[in-house]
Write a protein that binds this ligand. Structure first.
Ligand code: TAP
Length: 785
């Protein structure tokens, strides 16, 4: 080993620098501080706060950045709002032409952009030239296509606020702006404070493309500027890429509004090498996984999991390869690893590495040392690490790899899933059966088989768990920039309180339904239920947080025993058949509890049976897609269930709303904890027998009757609930619920429509429930030549 290393040392590389004159000249001409791009013009910032930006490879000062103020953001948002009126109505062909013009301009200035990005961010020119900038152009081309394809019926959202990080400055801008404007939205985008230069040059390209004023607005600044954007009342959607910590803050601070959010957050992605992998390819894979972009990649394969039997051999090969990597001037075409973006990031890496060493992990770095004139850090490898240790859990966001071992595939899956994140994973094995057996078990939004860090505009990207929600790229990404409103009904009629109630006196206390059994409430309390005319019907069990705990435990256990889609379909058909037998009971209950007319109660009952048939049919028809990126491979976009979903209902259309939510949640393979509207709880409890006679396996459907709002906090804070739907109309309760979801970043769905028309039978409406029950996993598999 030492001999080999000595030989490597003998190899001398001559410098192969890229010419930077033109770019440095352009930077010199930026007014200091720079101006914002608002309403198609360069506009002075109203703030006196500035930030000095440096070139991380030599620490030289580059330019001063304007830290935009609230007034600047108001100006940008007003310009975007004005532009939206016309842009959203433009023909799809016209919009497409503008996007096409932008892609052509990016290609025409590709080398300039590559050099500018390298100077600003510190990433090697080889990467900006061959990966970042070609992908930026590809994004605008792809979305020029979408703009044309979507046609006039697409409903845009409005003004979108977009906040991006510094690791892929122009690429993240393209991921955000291209789909947003393709769908007819207008944008206010803030680049990261360390890396605004390519965004400013992009503004020049917008001018060259004659993009209508105000469609794209670019404002520079720091976190405070970001907050002005996220809190702006005229902004309808926030698309954020950055750390999980800031993402959670944004969710909490916008919880009182109806803003739509897309959150692309952090990761600690596993890179799994099985003993039968092609080890030399896997070593090259590791290089791309963790030393691409200095490891400052959200989906970096920063946790190497190697099968114990090949650990020694693999680590030896890896060290040999690390010894050969070159760190240095990013503009040198033969450099592999460039500079770290900023001094604070370098300090952060240093301190996390020190903490790892203190914890007992063993650090290995190549024998050579990095240049000292810039912010450089060597490729680093930690061994002797345990899965729960700090450096195996925390995102370092630098060129530092943490290595762990496993013995069996199931152990690999358990370790891979053992972080709060779920962004990506790489699986390396020559056995396709093994790789495709492991892929569905990993909780991550992107899986690469025998590959890593592959991206394309046609494939969705985004995380599970605390890596965020929403997808960017592909048809999934388009969906995130279009409006999906639920049908509303006009509530005019007063409830008929004089209605005649035919219900027999029910001499029992309906209990809770947990794990397929009727359970007494833990607290021993009940609440009285009256009919709509005020007469007492019966007492109903009142659930508390311990009942929540029990039902979540059972629902999570049942979720791990997935039923096949055919099985789920059969069960829902059978449920509909058995419900049909109970028509009289439910019609009478609906009349008594809601004051519904006989005709309407019958209609609600019939619609509920029909809806179960719909979701029974969809259990094996709500399928994924196959994306076809222009590289060797296919991407399977699989729709996976979220896990345990809790649905909090109100008293409107109580049977049909319960059946609709339950039907969609069950159909897509989730387990469900239902909190029916307090006043209509008896509708839900009357279903217990129907569930039992329909052979619904225990734990898939659980019902907790409770007083209005009493369980909302417990449910929304619970770490093992993966999704929560809220149909209540209490604004404070809704805002609290959203804030609480940040505990584990559970998916929430709180439709803003106050009175949903549950009778609507349109596919778009019914399928929205299926979309909300699922998340997409993109699995990249080798295919073809
Ligand atoms: P952050 O510190 O979260 O910053 C991201 C952006 O948000 C920056 O523009 C930042 O402004 C701004 N910001 C900071 N505080 C804010 C606030 N309170 N309200 C609104 N905006 C605020 O992340 P970073 O350090 O730049 O980037 C690294 C992180 O991004 C990593 O965790 C990485 O995993 C993640 N990332 C994720 C992805 C995807 S696709 N999942 C892709 C790339 C990066 P300034 O920095 O300009 O002050």
């Amino acid at each position: 080993m030492n001999k080999i290393i000595k030989n490597y040392k003998k190899i001398q590389y001559g410098p192969a620098p890229e010419d930077d004159k033109e770019v440095l000249n352009w930077i010199k001409n930026i007014t200091n501080p720079n101006k914002n791009y608002i309403n198609g013009k360069w506009t002075n910032s109203k703030s006196s706060k500035k930030i000095q930006v440096i070139n991380p490879s030599n620490k030289k000062k580059l330019f001063k950045l304007a830290v935009s103020s609230k007034k600047d953001i108001d100006g940008a948002v007003n310009s975007a709002s004005k532009a939206y009126l016309k842009w959203s109505r433009l023909t799809s062909f016209k919009r497409s032409q503008y996007l096409y013009a932008l892609s052509r301009l990016i290609q025409k200035h590709s080398r300039f952009l590559a050099v500018l990005e390298s100077i600003d961010n510190g990433k090697p020119i080889r990467e900006t030239r061959d990966i970042d900038i070609p992908l930026v152009a590809r994004h605008f081309y792809y979305h020029a296509g979408w703009a044309a394809k979507l046609g006039p019926d697409v409903k845009s959202i409005g003004v979108v606020g977009q906040i991006i990080p510094w690791n892929f400055p122009l690429l993240m801008l393209a991921w955000k702006i291209a789909p947003a404007i393709a769908c007819g939205n207008t944008v206010v985008l803030k680049p990261a404070e360390y890396t605004s230069l390519t965004a400013l040059f992009f503004a020049e390209l917008c001018m060259k493309a004659n993009l209508p004023d105000g469609v794209v607005n670019i404002v520079t600044g720091d976190g405070s500027t970001g907050q002005y954007i996220t809190n702006h009342s005229k902004i309808k959607k926030i698309a954020f890429t950055g750390s999980t910590e800031v993402g959670k803050k944004i969710i909490a601070s916008t919880s009182h509004s109806n803003k739509k959010l897309t959150m692309e957050l952090g990761g600690k992605s596993p890179f799994i090498v099985f003993e039968d992998a092609d080890l030399d390819s896997a070593v090259e894979g590791v290089v791309d996984a963790i030393w691409f972009n200095q490891g400052q990649v959200c989906c970096a394969g920063s946790r190497l999991l190697v099968q114990e039997s090949i650990e020694k051999k693999f680590i030896k090969k890896l060290k040999q390869r690390m010894e050969k990597l070159r760190v240095g001037n990013p503009l040198d075409k033969s450099v592999d690893i460039g500079a770290i973006v900023a001094p604070v990031q370098l300090q952060k890496i240093n301190s996390l590495v020190k903490k790892g060493i203190k914890e007992g992990a063993k650090l290995w770095q190549p024998s050579w040392s990095c240049p000292t004139d810039g912010l450089f850090y060597p490729p680093s490898l930690f061994t002797n690490v345990t899965p729960a240790s700090f450096i195996a859990q925390v995102e370092i966001f630098g060129p530092v790899l943490t290595s762990l071992t496993f013995r069996t595939p199931s152990e690999a899956v358990a370790i891979a899933n053992n972080t709060p994140y779920g962004l990506a994973a790489s699986i390396w094995s020559e056995n396709i059966n093994l790789a495709l057996d492991v892929a569905p078990k990993i909780k991550a939004g992107v899986i690469w088989i025998n590959s890593t860090n592959l991206f394309d505009a046609s494939c969705g990207f985004g995380g599970f768990k605390e890596s965020g929600f929403g997808r960017e790229g592909g048809s999934e990404g388009i969906r995130a920039y279009t409006q999906k409103s639920l049908p509303e009904k006009i509530v005019t009629k007063k409830i008929n309180k004089k209605i005649k109630v035919n219900l027999p006196f029910i001499d029992r206390t309906p209990k809770l339904y947990i794990g397929g059994k009727q359970k007494r409430p833990d607290g021993g309390y009940s609440f009285g239920l009256d009919s709509v005319n005020g007469s007492f019907i019966c007492d109903i069990a009142q659930a508390n947080r311990k009942d929540v705990r029990d039902s979540v435990e059972i629902a999570a256990k049942s979720f791990s025993k997935q039923l096949s889609n055919f099985n789920r379909s059969q069960l829902l058909f059978y449920l509909a058949e058995n419900l049909q037998q109970r028509k009289n009971t439910f019609v009478e209950l609906l009349i008594a509890l809601t004051g519904s007319s006989l005709a309407n109660a019958r209609k609600e009952f019939e619609s509920s049976c029909e809806r179960l048939f719909y979701y029974a049919s969809m259990a094996d028809k709500f399928e994924g897609n196959i994306h076809n990126p222009p590289i060797r491979g296919l991407t399977l976009a699989m729709k996976e269930p979220l896990g345990v979903i809790s649905s909090i209902l109100n008293n409107e259309t109580p049977l049909l709303s319960l059946i609709t939510t339950l039907g969609a949640i069950f159909s897509t393979g989730n387990t469900n904890i239902i909190i029916p509207g307090q006043k209509t709880s008896l509708i839900a409890t009357e279903l217990y027998q129907v569930f039992d006679t329909s052979d619904i396996p225990s734990g898939y459907i659980n019902i907790l009757t409770a007083k209005e709002g009493e369980l909302t906090s417990t449910l929304s804070l619970h770490e093992n609930i993966d999704g929560i739907w809220y149909f209540g109309n209490n604004k404070n309760e809704k805002s609290l619920l959203i804030k609480n979801t940040t505990s584990n970043l559970k998916r929430y769905w709180c439709p803003e429509e106050q009175h949903i028309d549950w009778f609507v039978n349109k596919k778009e409406f019914l399928d929205e429930f299926l979309y909300q029950s699922t998340q997409i996993k993109n699995i990249w598999i080798p295919y073809g030549e």
